[in-house]
Design a protein. Structure first.
Length: 263
């Protein structure tokens, strides 16, 4: 059995999912592909299945949740299922991502951010990001030298600025994760549902001593927020609520009463 599996989390948008599946199959003709229909409407799933290349469709392992469990719940189900199958590494993708390079896992255990392009292969969207708990702000990193500078060497705790700790984090759009690190960190916080669960996951990884780094050898093109960007429940309510919850969770306790003025 292969040591690596590709995971794709899908919610509706069959054309996006078809492109994600075909790109993954083309980039890596050997790795198994697990596709989770996370509450996808049956009509969209039927349309997807009818549009897939038969040879590629035969490679897919279809998993289904009847109702949408959010990114957190869907991600936990998909990762947990694949690791339980015995795979050591997972390259996780949302269905608005197209893999452009072969899925070669990092050399050491950890949580890794791949190189993500924005809509085409000319503009870098991120190579990891920075989370600033005090201000509740996130910043994507686009330069490899800066990204590596934000990551601690293996086995060391990342440096922190006194009173204003920053965390290097791996966006949930796409990431590498191994089974040992998953067991160390624990699952995504499902109370967050969608948005900021990746920030919380990475910050928790730091606090548990897991390695959080970058893997620019894996290149991905991201369609940028096509899945739920028009739904106010996600983009307004969940985003702003989770921004406050996660930022306060990782800020020094004595700062939290004043922090509410800025979040």
């Amino acid at each position: 059995m292969s040591n690596i599996a590709i995971a794709i989390l899908s919610f509706n948008h069959p054309e996006l999912t078809r492109r994600a599946v075909h790109a993954a199959a083309k980039a890596d003709p050997t790795a198994p592909i697990f596709l989770l229909h996370n509450g996808t409407d049956s009509k969209h799933e039927t349309r997807l299945l009818g549009s897939l290349d038969p040879a590629i469709g035969a490679r897919l392992v279809h998993l289904r949740l009847q109702t949408n469990a959010g990114f957190s719940g869907g991600g936990n189900y998909l990762l947990g299922h694949i690791f339980a199958e015995g795979y050591h590494w997972i390259l996780f993708l949302t269905n608005d991502c197209e893999l452009k390079s072969r899925a070669v896992a990092p050399a050491c255990p950890g949580l890794y951010a791949p190189l993500i392009y924005r809509r085409n292969e000319t503009q870098v969207d991120s190579l990891g990001a920075v989370f600033k708990p005090w201000s509740g702000r996130l910043r994507h990193i686009r330069d490899e030298k800066e990204a590596r500078g934000q990551c601690a060497p293996h086995g060391e705790t990342p440096s922190r600025r006194r009173f204003h700790p920053n965390y290097f984090y791996v966006p949930g759009t796409a990431f590498w994760l191994d089974r040992k690190t998953w067991q160390t960190i624990g699952p995504f916080d499902e109370s967050l549902h969608t948005y900021w669960e990746d920030v919380d996951f990475s910050a928790r990884a730091h606090l548990h001593g897991a390695y959080v780094g970058v893997h620019p050898e894996t290149a991905i093109v991201h369609s940028v927020g096509k899945t739920c960007h028009k739904l106010p429940f996600y983009t307004q309510y969940l985003f702003q609520r989770n921004r406050r919850v996660v930022s306060q969770r990782y800020s020094p306790k004595w700062l939290r009463p004043w922090q509410s003025l800025y979040l």
